[in-house]
Design a protein around this ligand. Sequence first.
Ligand SMILES: [Zn+2]
Length: 290
Amino acid sequence: MTDNHSSSNHVSAPDDAAARKAVEPVIVYPNDTLSPPDLRLYRAARTTAEKIDEVVVPPREAGTFRAQAGQFFRISSVDGPQVGDLNLWADGNLDERFYSGKTRALHGTHVTTGERLWSSIPYLRPMATIIEDTLGWYGMDDFGGSVHDVIGTRCDPYTHHLLAGDHYHHCCHSNLTRALADATGKPMAEIETQVHDVMNVFMCTGFTRDTGQYFMKASPVRPGDFIEFFAEIDLMGALSACPGGDCSTTHSSDVANCYPLKLEIFASQEGTLGDWQSPLPNGYDRSHGR
Ligand SMILES: [Zn+2]
C-alpha cells in the first residue's frame, strides 16, 4: 500500500515535533450529558411486540420499509454473510434524514447496542436506538476494524466511474435510488439526492494505521445474526444488500457472492412503553445570533 501522506509531504518537522505529537487527545463530544435510552423499557416492550411486516431484500437490490415511532425493526442475515447499507428518513419529510457524520462524532466510528442514529440539522434528534446486536461481541479487532460502521458512505456508480471508468448499476447508491423512487412514486433524477451516507450494517471496517485509508474485511456476520432498532420517530427506511456481499474482496461489480437480508417490523402492544414519548426536533432556537 502506498503511503499517501509522506510521499506528497516535503515539509521538514520542527525541533519540538515529538513533543507536539505526544499531546494526549481529548474526546471532541463527551456524550455523558445525552440522556441515555431506557433499554430496559424498550426490551420489555419488545417481548410482547407483534410482527406486522417482513421485507426480504434480494442480493444487489434494495427494499424499503416503514416503522412508526414506538415500533421495532430488525435486520437479519439469512443464507450467507452479507452487509447492508441503511438509509433512514422521517416518514413524510425526506428533508430529515440519518446524519452519519454527527452520529459518528457522538458515538464513534461504529455503533452497537444502546447507541442511537441521529437525524440531520436542524432536526438533530434520535431517529432510532439499537436495542440488540448479536455481533456486539466483536468489539475492535487488532487491525482497528469493527462492525456496523458510520464512516463509509455507500458504494456508488460515480466513484466507481472515476476509479474504473465503466457503468455499474447495482451499487448501493443505485439500489437505494431505485427503491426510494418506487416507494415515493417520484422520478429517480429527483429522488436520488435524498439518498445519503449510510449506516453500514454488518460491515467490518476501519482506517489503516499507516495511511489512514478506509479498509474493509470479511464481515463476521453469519446467518441468524441480527441487529434490532427501536424507532424513536416515524421512519421510512431503505436497505441495500451491497454488491460487495461480505465485503471481503471487492464491491461495485457482480463478482462477490451476495445474499438476501431480512427486514422485520414489530409493533408494541398498547401501554407497554409507559410514559415514553417520541423525541421532538432539536431545541436550538435557530436565530444563529441575529
Ligand atoms: Zn454497497
